[in-house]
Design a protein around this ligand. Structure first.
Ligand SMILES: Cc1ncc(COP(=O)(O)O)c(C=O)c1O
Length: 434
């Protein structure tokens, strides 16, 4: 087919619009009350996002009645799937006990104790409402503890809506002095920490860049950060909001590098809103309200019964080493299958990630740092991502437009193969454009 990428995309958008009138109508009416019809930027994609009517297991049904295999898994928060009976029972039983109780409840201390048992770096923790909030509190804890003002983050990283470090920062970022260094460059990061030790309170790092393209940290990089932070009295924060599900003790347990503080979020509330930050006793003990010098930490919904009950039930019953390893193996298989498709058809497509996280990129280059993706080709790569997303949606496969996949526990081996088959169909039918 002799067709340009732009016309292929236009045709695919026309087909998509015709197939999804109810989602289109919802989008237009939503625009009257929310800017762009949207209240969470990452959920927007052109020409309009599919709106969901319901989810069951690892499947989603949209307002027009189409059903999809869900490979997005709510950006990793949907680990348990949409209707796990353990989670549903826990929520129902919590509801029966009354919500908004305004005091400690029966769940929170047990959930906190389990998390402390599992994560090597967490001796004490505090709950909050989101991963963003967890990172803000961890950073402020480090600044208050060290008396130093600045932090070091890595190009391409995402730590929440006000901690966004792609292409040099974002207009709404927290007004905290932030230096940035290159991800997976141990020497560069060590030199930066050494040079700025006098002003650096914390280094914050994702053990795998999630939003930044599923690029895993090399162990040597994390070890170098650990060493430099210890030497220079800088607090090392692992943002494990996404990666904590890579093992029962998070990515830190897998790589054997223990930070001073860890932040959590996403699936750990069983699918309810969730955040937590924790770490060394000497840092976290300052939140003890009985201390004269206590740091206050508020948050009406920090211990809300639904998140605490669902999180506890999930961790007790579902979140075991065998289940997480099996899911990681499914991710390994999907990555391998997509890379085999790319090789078989000799096209510029590469699957990255680790365990149950997969990133798809239109490139032939090995990607170990965000800068490995040639900026000159960004526009073309983004159009190809749009086209593949629309084609895979037409094939009943749903994931994030930027090429991000977070597997959910109920996804089956057969569904992994079907997804890889849909990628192969895309590569075959669009070969002249790739
Ligand atoms: C690594 C990482 N940190 C922090 C956050 C922010 O979490 P939340 O969306 O719960 O605020 C995210 C969300 O995608 C994330 O991936």
């Amino acid at each position: 087919m002799n067709i340009s990428l732009e016309s292929a995309l236009e045709e695919a958008e026309t087909r998509y619009t015709a197939a999804n009138p109810a989602s289109a109508a919802r989008h237009s009416s939503a625009r009257t009350a929310m800017p762009g019809g949207n209240t969470r930027t990452v959920l927007h994609y052109a020409p309009f996002p599919l709106a969901w009517a319901k989810g069951k297991g690892a499947h989603l049904t949209d307002l027009d009645g189409h059903t999809y295999a869900d490979f997005l898994g709510e950006y990793s928060a949907g680990l348990y799937g949409h209707s796990n009976p353990v989670i549903l029972d826990a929520v129902r039983s919590a509801l029966d006990g009354g919500i908004v109780l305004g005091g400690p409840n029966r769940y929170e201390a047990e959930l906190a104790a389990m998390i402390c048992d599992r994560f090597p770096s967490i001796q004490l923790l505090r709950f909050c409402n989101s991963g963003t909030e967890a990172n803000v509190f961890a950073i402020q804890t480090a600044r208050a503890a060290t008396g130093k003002p600045a932090i070091l983050a890595f190009d391409g990283s995402y730590h929440g809506g006000v901690l966004y470090f792609r292409q040099g920062g974002a207009p709404l970022n927290l007004p905290v002095k932030t230096l940035t260094a290159t991800y997976n460059d141990p020497d560069g990061a060590e030199a930066m920490i050494r040079a700025h030790a006098h002003e650096l309170a914390a280094v914050i790092v994702e053990p795998m860049l999630g939003g930044g393209g599923c690029i895993p940290a090399e162990r040597a990089f994390l070890i170098a950060l650990r060493r430099a932070c210890t030497e220079h009295n800088v607090i090392l924060i692992f943002d494990e909001v996404m990666t904590s599900r890579l093992s029962t003790g998070g990515c830190q347990a897998l790589v054997g590098v223990t930070p001073d503080m860890t932040t959590l979020g996403k699936y750990l509330g069983g699918g309810m809103s969730f955040g937590a930050f924790g770490g060394r006793t000497d840092l976290m003990a300052r939140f003890d309200p009985e201390r004269a010098d206590a740091w206050p930490h508020a948050g009406t919904f920090n211990n809300n019964v639904l998140s605490m009950a669902a999180g506890l039930a999930g961790m007790k019953t579902l979140l075991n080493a065998a289940a997480l390893s099996a899911l990681n193996r499914k991710g390994d298989r999907l990555r391998q299958a997509i890379n085999e498709v790319a090789q078989r058809h000799d096209v510029a497509l590469k699957a990255t990630g680790t365990g149950s996280f997969v990133g798809m990129h239109f490139t032939r280059t090995d990607i170990t740092r965000p800068g490995d993706l040639d900026p000159a080709g960004a526009d073309r790569r983004s159009k190809l991502q749009n086209l593949m997303h629309l084609d895979l949606i037409a094939a009943g496969q749903f994931y994030a437009r930027r090429g991000f996949i977070a597997l959910m526990l109920p996804i089956t081996d057969a569904e992994i193969e079907t997804f890889a088959g849909a990628v192969e169909e895309f590569v075959t039918s669009r070969k002249s454009l790739l």
